[in-house]
Design a protein around this ligand. Structure first.
Ligand code: IFM
Length: 452
Protein backbone atom coordinates (compact mmCIF):
# COMPACT_ATOMS: atom_id res chain seq x y z
CA UNK A 1 0.00 0.00 0.00
CA UNK A 2 1.34 3.46 -0.86
CA UNK A 3 0.80 5.56 2.24
CA UNK A 4 -1.06 8.80 2.28
CA UNK A 5 1.14 11.84 2.10
CA UNK A 6 2.18 13.33 5.45
CA UNK A 7 -0.03 16.30 4.61
CA UNK A 8 -3.02 14.14 5.29
CA UNK A 9 -1.87 13.10 8.76
CA UNK A 10 -4.05 14.45 11.56
CA UNK A 11 -2.82 17.71 13.06
CA UNK A 12 -1.18 17.10 16.46
CA UNK A 13 -1.23 19.64 19.30
CA UNK A 14 1.35 22.42 18.87
CA UNK A 15 3.30 21.23 21.93
CA UNK A 16 3.64 17.69 20.56
CA UNK A 17 7.30 16.80 20.03
CA UNK A 18 8.76 14.93 17.08
CA UNK A 19 11.96 13.08 17.79
CA UNK A 20 14.27 10.20 17.05
CA UNK A 21 16.16 7.92 19.40
CA UNK A 22 19.42 5.97 19.67
CA UNK A 23 21.45 4.41 22.49
CA UNK A 24 25.14 4.67 23.39
CA UNK A 25 26.35 1.11 22.84
CA UNK A 26 24.32 0.82 19.65
CA UNK A 27 25.80 3.88 17.91
CA UNK A 28 28.85 5.36 19.59
CA UNK A 29 31.66 2.87 18.96
CA UNK A 30 34.96 4.14 20.45
CA UNK A 31 34.60 1.32 22.94
CA UNK A 32 38.06 1.75 24.39
CA UNK A 33 38.68 5.39 23.71
CA UNK A 34 39.29 8.37 26.00
CA UNK A 35 39.45 6.29 29.14
CA UNK A 36 36.10 4.53 28.74
CA UNK A 37 35.81 1.44 30.93
CA UNK A 38 34.32 -1.83 29.66
CA UNK A 39 30.57 -2.37 29.88
CA UNK A 40 28.74 -5.67 30.19
CA UNK A 41 28.09 -5.47 26.43
CA UNK A 42 31.82 -5.13 25.66
CA UNK A 43 32.25 -8.36 27.61
CA UNK A 44 29.16 -10.19 26.32
CA UNK A 45 29.90 -9.69 22.61
CA UNK A 46 33.16 -11.65 23.09
CA UNK A 47 31.27 -14.80 24.12
CA UNK A 48 31.20 -17.20 21.19
CA UNK A 49 27.70 -17.41 19.75
CA UNK A 50 26.29 -14.56 21.86
CA UNK A 51 25.76 -12.19 18.92
CA UNK A 52 24.90 -13.20 15.35
CA UNK A 53 28.05 -13.50 13.23
CA UNK A 54 30.17 -12.30 16.14
CA UNK A 55 29.29 -8.65 15.49
CA UNK A 56 30.24 -6.16 18.21
CA UNK A 57 29.54 -2.52 19.02
CA UNK A 58 33.25 -1.68 19.12
CA UNK A 59 32.86 0.73 16.18
CA UNK A 60 29.07 0.72 15.58
CA UNK A 61 28.14 3.98 13.76
CA UNK A 62 31.26 5.72 15.04
CA UNK A 63 28.87 8.36 16.37
CA UNK A 64 31.47 9.25 19.01
CA UNK A 65 33.50 10.87 16.22
CA UNK A 66 30.73 11.62 13.72
CA UNK A 67 28.17 13.17 16.03
CA UNK A 68 28.34 16.52 14.20
CA UNK A 69 27.37 14.84 10.91
CA UNK A 70 24.57 13.04 12.76
CA UNK A 71 23.29 16.28 14.28
CA UNK A 72 23.20 17.72 10.75
CA UNK A 73 21.01 14.76 9.73
CA UNK A 74 18.70 15.47 12.67
CA UNK A 75 18.54 19.10 11.72
CA UNK A 76 17.64 18.06 8.19
CA UNK A 77 14.68 16.17 9.64
CA UNK A 78 13.57 19.19 11.64
CA UNK A 79 13.55 17.18 14.88
CA UNK A 80 12.31 18.87 18.04
CA UNK A 81 14.18 16.46 20.29
CA UNK A 82 16.83 13.75 20.23
CA UNK A 83 16.79 10.89 22.70
CA UNK A 84 20.24 9.39 23.23
CA UNK A 85 21.76 7.46 26.10
CA UNK A 86 24.85 8.21 28.12
CA UNK A 87 27.43 5.49 28.47
CA UNK A 88 27.89 5.01 32.21
CA UNK A 89 31.39 3.45 31.85
CA UNK A 90 32.53 6.44 29.74
CA UNK A 91 31.82 8.67 32.73
CA UNK A 92 32.73 6.29 35.59
CA UNK A 93 35.01 3.63 34.09
CA UNK A 94 34.75 1.47 37.22
CA UNK A 95 31.06 2.29 37.69
CA UNK A 96 31.76 4.34 40.83
CA UNK A 97 34.37 6.71 42.20
CA UNK A 98 36.85 7.91 39.57
CA UNK A 99 35.32 10.27 36.99
CA UNK A 100 36.65 10.34 33.42
CA UNK A 101 36.43 13.97 32.26
CA UNK A 102 36.91 13.09 28.59
CA UNK A 103 33.68 11.08 28.72
CA UNK A 104 31.81 14.07 30.12
CA UNK A 105 33.43 16.28 27.47
CA UNK A 106 31.88 14.16 24.72
CA UNK A 107 28.33 14.60 26.03
CA UNK A 108 29.05 18.28 26.59
CA UNK A 109 29.90 18.65 22.89
CA UNK A 110 26.88 16.59 21.87
CA UNK A 111 24.47 18.64 24.00
CA UNK A 112 25.92 21.95 22.79
CA UNK A 113 25.71 20.76 19.18
CA UNK A 114 22.09 19.75 19.61
CA UNK A 115 21.11 23.02 21.25
CA UNK A 116 22.87 24.99 18.52
CA UNK A 117 20.75 23.05 16.01
CA UNK A 118 17.57 23.87 17.93
CA UNK A 119 17.09 20.27 19.10
CA UNK A 120 16.28 19.42 22.75
CA UNK A 121 18.63 16.85 24.24
CA UNK A 122 16.81 14.03 26.08
CA UNK A 123 19.38 11.72 27.64
CA UNK A 124 18.65 8.29 29.08
CA UNK A 125 20.95 7.36 31.94
CA UNK A 126 20.82 3.58 31.64
CA UNK A 127 20.24 1.84 28.33
CA UNK A 128 21.72 -1.54 29.32
CA UNK A 129 25.50 -0.85 29.23
CA UNK A 130 26.31 -1.38 32.90
CA UNK A 131 29.99 -0.93 33.79
CA UNK A 132 31.56 -4.40 33.83
CA UNK A 133 33.14 -3.64 37.21
CA UNK A 134 29.65 -3.39 38.74
CA UNK A 135 28.60 -6.63 37.08
CA UNK A 136 31.55 -8.28 38.78
CA UNK A 137 30.06 -7.15 42.08
CA UNK A 138 26.69 -8.74 41.21
CA UNK A 139 25.22 -6.20 38.76
CA UNK A 140 21.52 -5.45 39.20
CA UNK A 141 21.09 -8.47 41.45
CA UNK A 142 22.78 -6.27 44.07
CA UNK A 143 20.99 -3.45 45.83
CA UNK A 144 24.15 -1.36 45.83
CA UNK A 145 23.94 -0.94 42.04
CA UNK A 146 20.88 1.28 42.59
CA UNK A 147 23.01 3.64 44.70
CA UNK A 148 25.71 3.62 42.05
CA UNK A 149 23.13 4.72 39.43
CA UNK A 150 22.28 7.69 41.65
CA UNK A 151 25.98 8.55 42.04
CA UNK A 152 26.40 8.50 38.26
CA UNK A 153 23.19 10.55 37.78
CA UNK A 154 24.62 13.23 40.06
CA UNK A 155 27.91 13.34 38.14
CA UNK A 156 26.29 13.83 34.73
CA UNK A 157 23.71 16.30 36.05
CA UNK A 158 26.50 18.37 37.65
CA UNK A 159 28.03 18.70 34.20
CA UNK A 160 25.01 18.84 31.86
CA UNK A 161 22.18 19.98 34.14
CA UNK A 162 22.59 23.64 33.18
CA UNK A 163 21.43 22.72 29.64
CA UNK A 164 19.58 19.42 29.99
CA UNK A 165 16.17 19.88 31.59
CA UNK A 166 14.62 16.50 30.92
CA UNK A 167 16.02 13.10 31.80
CA UNK A 168 15.01 9.49 31.32
CA UNK A 169 16.39 7.30 34.08
CA UNK A 170 15.97 3.76 32.67
CA UNK A 171 15.31 2.24 29.27
CA UNK A 172 13.05 -0.84 29.17
CA UNK A 173 14.03 -2.30 32.54
CA UNK A 174 11.72 -5.26 31.76
CA UNK A 175 13.71 -6.19 28.66
CA UNK A 176 17.00 -5.78 30.50
CA UNK A 177 15.79 -8.05 33.31
CA UNK A 178 14.19 -10.64 31.03
CA UNK A 179 16.75 -10.88 28.24
CA UNK A 180 19.83 -10.12 30.34
CA UNK A 181 19.12 -11.94 33.61
CA UNK A 182 16.22 -14.38 33.06
CA UNK A 183 16.99 -15.84 29.62
CA UNK A 184 20.63 -14.87 29.10
CA UNK A 185 20.28 -13.73 25.48
CA UNK A 186 21.54 -10.21 26.24
CA UNK A 187 24.34 -9.02 28.52
CA UNK A 188 25.15 -9.96 31.20
CA UNK A 189 24.00 -13.35 29.91
CA UNK A 190 22.54 -14.85 33.06
CA UNK A 191 19.71 -17.38 32.78
CA UNK A 192 18.07 -17.20 36.21
CA UNK A 193 14.39 -17.33 35.12
CA UNK A 194 12.35 -16.09 38.11
CA UNK A 195 15.59 -15.66 40.06
CA UNK A 196 15.97 -12.47 38.00
CA UNK A 197 13.09 -10.68 39.80
CA UNK A 198 15.31 -8.74 42.26
CA UNK A 199 16.78 -7.06 39.15
CA UNK A 200 13.39 -5.42 38.64
CA UNK A 201 13.33 -3.96 42.12
CA UNK A 202 16.93 -2.78 42.09
CA UNK A 203 16.47 -0.99 38.76
CA UNK A 204 13.32 0.69 40.10
CA UNK A 205 15.10 1.68 43.30
CA UNK A 206 17.91 3.04 41.12
CA UNK A 207 15.32 5.10 39.27
CA UNK A 208 13.99 6.55 42.53
CA UNK A 209 17.44 7.40 43.87
CA UNK A 210 18.67 8.78 40.55
CA UNK A 211 15.52 10.88 40.15
CA UNK A 212 16.16 12.43 43.57
CA UNK A 213 19.78 13.22 42.58
CA UNK A 214 18.57 14.83 39.34
CA UNK A 215 15.87 16.87 41.06
CA UNK A 216 18.39 18.14 43.63
CA UNK A 217 20.29 19.50 40.64
CA UNK A 218 17.32 21.30 39.17
CA UNK A 219 15.95 18.74 36.68
CA UNK A 220 12.56 19.87 35.41
CA UNK A 221 11.11 16.65 34.01
CA UNK A 222 11.97 13.06 34.88
CA UNK A 223 10.70 10.10 32.92
CA UNK A 224 11.31 6.38 32.81
CA UNK A 225 10.83 4.44 29.62
CA UNK A 226 8.99 1.12 29.71
CA UNK A 227 8.50 -1.32 26.88
CA UNK A 228 4.78 -2.12 26.86
CA UNK A 229 2.75 -4.61 24.83
CA UNK A 230 -0.94 -5.34 24.50
CA UNK A 231 -1.36 -8.96 25.56
CA UNK A 232 -3.58 -10.93 23.21
CA UNK A 233 -5.17 -14.39 23.17
CA UNK A 234 -5.60 -16.74 20.24
CA UNK A 235 -9.08 -17.55 18.94
CA UNK A 236 -10.73 -20.21 21.07
CA UNK A 237 -8.65 -19.38 24.14
CA UNK A 238 -9.84 -20.92 27.41
CA UNK A 239 -9.54 -20.24 31.12
CA UNK A 240 -5.93 -21.47 31.37
CA UNK A 241 -4.92 -19.20 28.46
CA UNK A 242 -6.56 -16.22 30.13
CA UNK A 243 -4.70 -16.94 33.37
CA UNK A 244 -1.45 -17.17 31.38
CA UNK A 245 -2.18 -13.84 29.66
CA UNK A 246 -2.82 -12.20 33.03
CA UNK A 247 0.45 -13.55 34.38
CA UNK A 248 2.33 -12.29 31.32
CA UNK A 249 0.69 -8.87 31.57
CA UNK A 250 1.77 -8.65 35.22
CA UNK A 251 5.36 -9.35 34.22
CA UNK A 252 5.74 -7.32 31.03
CA UNK A 253 3.40 -4.39 31.63
CA UNK A 254 2.76 -4.09 35.35
CA UNK A 255 5.98 -5.11 37.09
CA UNK A 256 7.49 -1.69 36.34
CA UNK A 257 4.45 0.54 35.77
CA UNK A 258 2.57 -0.41 38.96
CA UNK A 259 5.36 0.45 41.44
CA UNK A 260 6.17 3.67 39.55
CA UNK A 261 2.58 4.86 39.24
CA UNK A 262 0.75 3.16 42.12
CA UNK A 263 3.54 2.49 44.61
CA UNK A 264 2.96 -1.28 44.77
CA UNK A 265 3.90 -4.45 42.93
CA UNK A 266 1.34 -6.48 41.02
CA UNK A 267 0.46 -9.97 42.19
CA UNK A 268 3.39 -12.17 41.12
CA UNK A 269 2.29 -15.38 42.84
CA UNK A 270 2.16 -17.12 39.45
CA UNK A 271 5.95 -16.69 39.44
CA UNK A 272 6.31 -18.04 42.97
CA UNK A 273 7.41 -14.59 44.15
CA UNK A 274 6.63 -13.26 47.60
CA UNK A 275 5.28 -9.72 48.06
CA UNK A 276 8.71 -8.38 48.94
CA UNK A 277 10.25 -10.09 45.88
CA UNK A 278 12.12 -12.55 48.04
CA UNK A 279 13.47 -9.96 50.44
CA UNK A 280 14.57 -7.39 47.83
CA UNK A 281 11.94 -4.78 48.82
CA UNK A 282 12.71 -2.88 52.01
CA UNK A 283 10.63 -0.40 54.00
CA UNK A 284 10.40 2.94 52.23
CA UNK A 285 11.57 1.66 48.84
CA UNK A 286 8.18 1.88 47.16
CA UNK A 287 7.75 5.48 48.35
CA UNK A 288 11.11 6.34 46.89
CA UNK A 289 10.13 4.72 43.60
CA UNK A 290 6.72 6.34 43.28
CA UNK A 291 7.12 9.80 44.75
CA UNK A 292 7.41 12.47 43.74
CA UNK A 293 5.46 11.12 40.78
CA UNK A 294 7.02 10.79 37.35
CA UNK A 295 6.67 13.88 35.17
CA UNK A 296 6.08 11.65 32.19
CA UNK A 297 6.05 8.02 31.21
CA UNK A 298 8.11 6.93 28.23
CA UNK A 299 6.42 4.14 26.30
CA UNK A 300 8.20 2.01 23.72
CA UNK A 301 5.86 0.04 21.47
CA UNK A 302 6.70 -2.44 18.73
CA UNK A 303 3.94 -5.07 18.62
CA UNK A 304 1.36 -6.98 20.68
CA UNK A 305 2.24 -10.32 22.29
CA UNK A 306 0.10 -13.44 21.89
CA UNK A 307 0.04 -15.74 24.89
CA UNK A 308 -1.20 -19.25 25.57
CA UNK A 309 -1.26 -21.50 28.63
CA UNK A 310 2.17 -23.00 29.31
CA UNK A 311 3.14 -26.41 28.01
CA UNK A 312 4.32 -29.06 30.48
CA UNK A 313 8.00 -28.00 30.37
CA UNK A 314 7.51 -24.22 30.21
CA UNK A 315 9.04 -23.36 33.60
CA UNK A 316 7.01 -20.12 33.50
CA UNK A 317 3.25 -19.55 33.82
CA UNK A 318 2.79 -18.68 30.12
CA UNK A 319 3.95 -19.57 26.63
CA UNK A 320 4.59 -17.09 23.85
CA UNK A 321 2.51 -17.84 20.74
CA UNK A 322 2.75 -16.89 17.09
CA UNK A 323 0.12 -14.34 15.98
CA UNK A 324 -3.01 -16.00 14.60
CA UNK A 325 -3.07 -16.76 10.86
CA UNK A 326 -6.24 -14.68 10.49
CA UNK A 327 -6.47 -11.77 9.73
CA UNK A 328 -2.77 -12.13 8.88
CA UNK A 329 -0.20 -9.48 9.68
CA UNK A 330 2.61 -7.87 7.74
CA UNK A 331 5.97 -8.76 9.26
CA UNK A 332 9.07 -6.60 9.57
CA UNK A 333 12.46 -8.01 8.54
CA UNK A 334 12.84 -9.02 12.19
CA UNK A 335 9.62 -11.06 11.81
CA UNK A 336 7.68 -8.81 14.15
CA UNK A 337 3.97 -8.42 13.27
CA UNK A 338 2.91 -4.93 12.18
CA UNK A 339 -0.11 -3.96 14.27
CA UNK A 340 -0.53 -0.17 14.46
CA UNK A 341 -3.91 -0.34 16.20
CA UNK A 342 -2.12 -2.18 19.01
CA UNK A 343 -0.57 1.17 19.93
CA UNK A 344 -3.98 2.82 20.33
CA UNK A 345 -5.13 -0.19 22.37
CA UNK A 346 -2.03 0.04 24.54
CA UNK A 347 -2.37 3.78 25.21
CA UNK A 348 -6.09 3.72 25.96
CA UNK A 349 -5.49 0.62 28.11
CA UNK A 350 -2.85 2.45 30.17
CA UNK A 351 -5.30 5.29 30.69
CA UNK A 352 -8.04 2.90 31.84
CA UNK A 353 -5.70 1.01 34.14
CA UNK A 354 -3.98 3.96 35.82
CA UNK A 355 -6.53 6.78 35.47
CA UNK A 356 -5.27 10.03 36.95
CA UNK A 357 -2.11 8.31 38.19
CA UNK A 358 -0.94 8.16 34.57
CA UNK A 359 1.33 11.09 33.74
CA UNK A 360 1.64 12.46 30.19
CA UNK A 361 3.05 9.83 27.85
CA UNK A 362 5.83 10.18 25.32
CA UNK A 363 6.30 7.44 22.74
CA UNK A 364 10.05 7.23 23.29
CA UNK A 365 10.52 4.45 20.68
CA UNK A 366 8.57 3.06 17.77
CA UNK A 367 9.93 1.77 14.52
CA UNK A 368 10.76 -1.27 12.43
CA UNK A 369 13.57 -3.15 10.76
CA UNK A 370 13.70 -3.10 6.95
CA UNK A 371 16.91 -3.09 4.93
CA UNK A 372 15.97 -1.31 1.68
CA UNK A 373 16.67 2.34 0.89
CA UNK A 374 13.33 2.85 -0.83
CA UNK A 375 11.63 1.77 2.36
CA UNK A 376 7.94 2.27 1.68
CA UNK A 377 7.24 -0.48 4.19
CA UNK A 378 8.80 1.66 6.93
CA UNK A 379 6.79 4.66 5.75
CA UNK A 380 3.65 2.54 5.98
CA UNK A 381 4.63 1.39 9.45
CA UNK A 382 5.36 4.91 10.71
CA UNK A 383 2.29 6.39 9.06
CA UNK A 384 0.08 3.75 10.69
CA UNK A 385 1.60 4.18 14.12
CA UNK A 386 1.50 7.99 14.06
CA UNK A 387 -2.20 7.71 13.21
CA UNK A 388 -2.62 5.24 16.07
CA UNK A 389 -1.18 7.85 18.45
CA UNK A 390 -3.57 10.46 17.05
CA UNK A 391 -6.46 8.07 17.69
CA UNK A 392 -5.36 7.63 21.31
CA UNK A 393 -5.16 11.41 21.80
CA UNK A 394 -8.61 11.71 20.29
CA UNK A 395 -9.79 9.11 22.83
CA UNK A 396 -8.48 11.29 25.67
CA UNK A 397 -4.94 9.99 26.32
CA UNK A 398 -2.37 12.72 27.03
CA UNK A 399 0.47 11.90 24.60
CA UNK A 400 3.14 14.56 24.21
CA UNK A 401 5.62 13.19 21.71
CA UNK A 402 6.70 10.50 19.27
CA UNK A 403 10.30 9.37 18.73
CA UNK A 404 11.26 7.09 15.87
CA UNK A 405 13.55 4.19 16.65
CA UNK A 406 15.97 4.84 15.15
CA UNK A 407 17.79 7.76 13.59
CA UNK A 408 20.51 5.43 12.24
CA UNK A 409 20.93 1.76 11.46
CA UNK A 410 22.82 0.50 14.47
CA UNK A 411 24.00 -2.45 16.58
CA UNK A 412 20.79 -4.38 17.27
CA UNK A 413 22.06 -6.32 20.32
CA UNK A 414 22.05 -10.11 19.78
CA UNK A 415 21.18 -9.53 16.09
CA UNK A 416 24.30 -7.45 15.49
CA UNK A 417 24.01 -5.35 12.32
CA UNK A 418 21.45 -7.66 10.70
CA UNK A 419 18.41 -5.59 11.65
CA UNK A 420 18.13 -2.14 10.10
CA UNK A 421 15.95 0.27 12.08
CA UNK A 422 17.36 3.56 10.70
CA UNK A 423 15.70 6.44 8.93
CA UNK A 424 19.29 6.72 7.72
CA UNK A 425 21.08 3.72 6.27
CA UNK A 426 24.62 3.19 7.54
CA UNK A 427 27.28 1.34 5.56
CA UNK A 428 29.31 -0.14 8.39
CA UNK A 429 32.39 -0.63 6.17
CA UNK A 430 32.69 3.00 5.12
CA UNK A 431 30.46 4.72 7.71
CA UNK A 432 28.60 6.39 4.84
CA UNK A 433 25.18 7.63 5.90
CA UNK A 434 22.40 7.57 3.27
CA UNK A 435 18.95 8.88 4.19
CA UNK A 436 16.18 6.47 3.25
CA UNK A 437 12.82 7.36 1.69
CA UNK A 438 11.35 7.25 5.21
CA UNK A 439 13.75 10.04 6.21
CA UNK A 440 12.16 12.31 3.59
CA UNK A 441 8.69 11.18 4.68
CA UNK A 442 9.39 11.97 8.35
CA UNK A 443 10.97 15.31 7.44
CA UNK A 444 7.86 16.26 5.44
CA UNK A 445 5.54 14.99 8.16
CA UNK A 446 7.31 17.12 10.78
CA UNK A 447 7.37 20.16 8.50
CA UNK A 448 3.64 19.81 7.90
CA UNK A 449 2.98 19.61 11.62
CA UNK A 450 5.16 22.64 12.33
CA UNK A 451 4.04 24.83 9.48
CA UNK A 452 0.61 23.47 8.56
O1 IFM B 1 17.20 -1.54 19.57
C1 IFM B 1 16.25 -1.69 20.58
C2 IFM B 1 16.44 -0.64 21.66
O2 IFM B 1 17.72 -0.67 22.19
C3 IFM B 1 15.45 -0.86 22.78
N1 IFM B 1 14.11 -0.98 22.27
C4 IFM B 1 13.87 -1.86 21.15
C5 IFM B 1 14.85 -1.57 20.04
C6 IFM B 1 14.59 -2.52 18.84
O3 IFM B 1 14.77 -3.84 19.24
Amino acid sequence: MIPLSPRQLPQFPAVFEWGAATAAYQVEGAAEEDGKGPSIWDAFVRRPGAVRDGHTGATACDHYHRYAEDIALMRGLGLDAYRFSISWPRILPEGTGRIEPRGLDFYDRLVDGLLAAGISPVPTLFHWDLPQALEEGGGWLERDTAYRLAEYAGVVADRLGDRVRRWITLNEPFVHMAFGYAFGVHAPGRALLTGALPVAHHQLLGHGLAAAALRERGAERILTTNNCTPVRLLPGAGEADRAAAEAYDALHNRLFNDPLLLGRYPDLKAYGASEDLDGAVRDGDLDLISSPPLDGLGVNYYNPTWITAPGPDAGLPFDLAEPPAEPGYERTAFGWPVVPEGLTELLTGLRSRYGDALPPITITENGCSYPELDDRRRIDYLDGHVRAVAAAIEAGVDVRGYYVWSLLDNFEWAEGYHQRFGLVQVDFETQTRTPRESYAWYRDAIATQHHG
